[in-house]
Design a protein around this ligand. Structure first.
Ligand code: ATP
Ligand code: MG
Length: 291
């Protein structure tokens, strides 16, 4: 097996926090490929694409240079790399944010209080820009890992580090005092590849599949029985895709209603439906959804 010229190439993280979710996404959109931990790349059996496994730090560079056409990587690294790539699509996993944190007992509550201090981070570009934009003069120290222990070691007064649950900050007696950047896993693309008609057609097919899975993950499919008398009003509060599907039941007093509800309004709508007399509410997840 070797990489093919007619195929597009996608770089993903070889072994890390994004790897499992990325594999799941690729498999959910129907791609068949072998993946072994030791390999450098896989060839999809049923789609014109090859997958390269690399360190996440290198993905933006490979995409910018055209070594690959697409990459899946945390937005934090794309911003930090400053490489000229197209940010194509957020994937709704790998959520985290880059935050300014200080020792809980330091008395520091605002970033202005870090003026003249050392700030340790693995994101020097983003950190330097953040403090410069806020007109706070700090000395940025670049550390490649375990940034959260640097205040205890006396290396820095504060840090800028990735936080998802915050447990690592708590473990090190640190508190977040400001947000630098929100991040999640995104698809990035090489600009020449996106302008190439052969490649962009394949890329668009892949993105359509991704969209189908991501949209579906944001919705729940809801089925319920509704008193016929309340149907008209209930239809107005159902933010379904179009109007909800309404089916008769064996009892003329009741109708069955089916619809998709977005996660943002899901609980509000369900509570209101209960008050309006809906019964037997069944909720299921949607595997794929094309709108
Ligand atoms: P690699 O070996 O590929 O260089 P890594 O150790 O640099 O991996 P990981 O720790 O696997 O990177 O994190 C990959 C990405 O996961 C991060 O760049 C970020 O976008 C995302 N992420 C989500 N939550 C967190 C978190 N709590 N800490 C760090 N990264 C997180
Ligand atoms: Mg890395």
């Amino acid at each position: 097996t070797k990489l093919s010229d007619n195929h597009i190439k996608l770089a993903i993280q070889k072994d890390g926090r994004l790897t499992e979710d990325t594999h799941n996404l690729l498999r959910t959109v129907g791609l068949h490929f072998e993946s072994y931990k030791q390999r450098l790349f896989s060839i999809c059996r049923n789609f014109p694409m090859d997958i390269l496994y690399v360190r996440d730090d290198d993905i933006a560079e490979y995409v910018a240079e055209g070594v690959v056409d697409l990459g899946i990587v945390g937005r934090n690294l794309v911003v930090e790399s400053e490489k000229p790539v197209e940010e194509i699509m957020p994937l709704n996993y790998g959520h985290c944010s880059l935050k300014v944190a200080v020792p809980a007992d330091s008395g520091i509550e605002r970033i202005e209080q870090l003026s003249g201090c050392k700030v340790a981070t693995s994101y020097p570009v983003t950190t330097t820009r953040f403090f410069a934009e806020r007109n706070v003069d700090v000395n940025v120290i670049t550390i490649s890992g375990s940034v959260e222990i640097t205040p205890a070691l006396g290396v820095a007064s504060g840090i800028v580090d990735l936080v998802s649950t915050g447990s690592s900050l708590r473990l090190n007696d640190l508190v977040a005092i400001d947000d630098v950047l929100d991040s999640q896993s995104i698809v990035i693309g090489n600009r020449d590849s996106l302008a190439n008609s052969h490649k962009s057609a394949i890329i668009e097919r892949l993105l359509t599949r991704f969209r189908g899975v991501i949209t579906a993950s944001e919705y729940k499919y809801v089925m319920m029985n509704v008193p016929t008398s309340a149907l008209e009003y209930i239809s107005t509060i159902m933010p379904g895709l179009k109007s909800p599907t309404v089916l008769p039941t064996a009892d003329v007093e009741w109708m069955a209603v089916h619809t998709a509800i977005h996660e943002d309004m899901f609980w509000d709508v369900i509570e209101e439906l209960k008050t309006l007399g809906a019964q037997g509410i069944l909720v299921s997840s949607i595997e794929k959804m094309f709108v």
